[in-house]
Design a protein around this ligand. Structure first.
Ligand code: T3D
Length: 263
């Protein structure tokens, strides 16, 4: 598939997916949704892809839904937004959460609407110092989607989640870091490089095991204690059968660096 609205490549174990509609602050139209969907599927299906790095081109990360597709004539029917969520946004968020590898998100500028919540579905979020997260939905009569009402209270607590969702105030990258919403803030010019260094480093690690760690932690927020213990047991059973575990133990015993293959 030839991509027009995203840039996609796989190199040194890192699948790089960059949103590329900077003229509309990388807001989502249907064509970009379809391309992102295809790129996520290609990443899941490619054994050479061991880490996904999601970022965007231009001065912003993503302004959510492209509102020019929702600007209907006063006498025309509005599209059913629930269908759009069901068809496009929810599958994308599920796919990011379920990809069996670490997903890094590099937020290169303003992130609004669904664009503010997509990073929350990723595993490690780096943000440029100038980036802002805006739950813009309330300003146009909508409800936070793309998992926002699920992630936000769990990450930053209910009071702050309500502050962001009901007031739509921009949250700076530094404040997002202080609140535990993201992993790291970088200088603007350094964001892409720092994200790539992290992604390439992770891609040399036992990435099947990292995928299991991600799965365990993601389930922990809704599992009971006993369910979580059982999940840990089952995942450890799978991890213990990977080539990387065998290599990790052998390298430790031989006092040499391990050479993990992501298998
Ligand atoms: O519909 C469904 O399928 C349901 C799902 C909904 C999910 C959602 O995401 S709903 C929320 C949609 N997003 C928003 O409400 C955010 C709208 N944008 C903004 O509030 C502001 O643009 C920002 C705060 C993000 C950035 O402000 P600023 O001042 O830095 O930039 P700007 O000048 O407003 O925008 C730059 C350009 O991008 C501008 O175009 P122009 O004038 O240069 O030709 C602007 O129109 C365009 N743009 C920004 N956001 C969108 C957009 N174009 C279309 N859709 C957008 N969401």
């Amino acid at each position: 598939m030839k991509f027009e609205h995203i840039i996609y490549s796989v190199d040194a174990g890192v699948a790089l997916l960059s949103l590329n509609r900077p003229q509309a602050l990388n807001s989502f139209n249907e064509a970009m949704h379809l391309e992102v969907r295809e790129a996520l599927k290609m990443t899941a299906d490619n054994p050479e892809a061991r880490v996904l790095l999601l970022t965007a081109e231009g001065r912003g990360f993503c302004a959510g839904q492209d509102l020019s597709d929702r600007n209907v004539a006063p006498d025309a029917d509005m599209p059913d937004l629930g269908l759009s969520i069901e068809k496009f946004y929810n599958p994308m968020i599920r796919r990011l959460q379920q990809l069996p590898m670490p997903v890094i998100c590099a937020v290169n500028g303003v992130a609004a609407g669904a664009g503010a919540n997509i990073p929350l579905a990723c595993d490690l979020v780096l943000a440029a110092r100038s980036a802002k997260f805006i739950q813009a939905f309330c300003k146009i009569g909508l409800v936070p989607d793309s998992g926002g009402t699920w992630f936000l209270p769990r990450l930053i607590g209910m009071a702050r989640a309500k502050q962001l969702a009901l007031l739509g105030e921009p949250l700076s990258a530094e404040q997002a870091l202080a609140w535990g919403m993201i992993y790291r803030v970088t200088d603007d010019e350094a964001l892409r490089d720092e994200a790539l260094v992290l992604a390439r480093e992770l891609a040399t690690q036992p990435t099947v095991g990292l995928g299991y760690i991600k799965r365990a932690l993601n389930h922990s927020v809704s599992n009971s204690f006993d369910e979580q213990l059982i999940l840990e047991r089952d995942l450890q059973s799978l991890a213990g059968r990977t080539d990387d575990y065998r290599e990790g133990v052998a390298a430790f015993m031989a006092k040499r660096p391990a050479e993990f293959k992501g298998r």
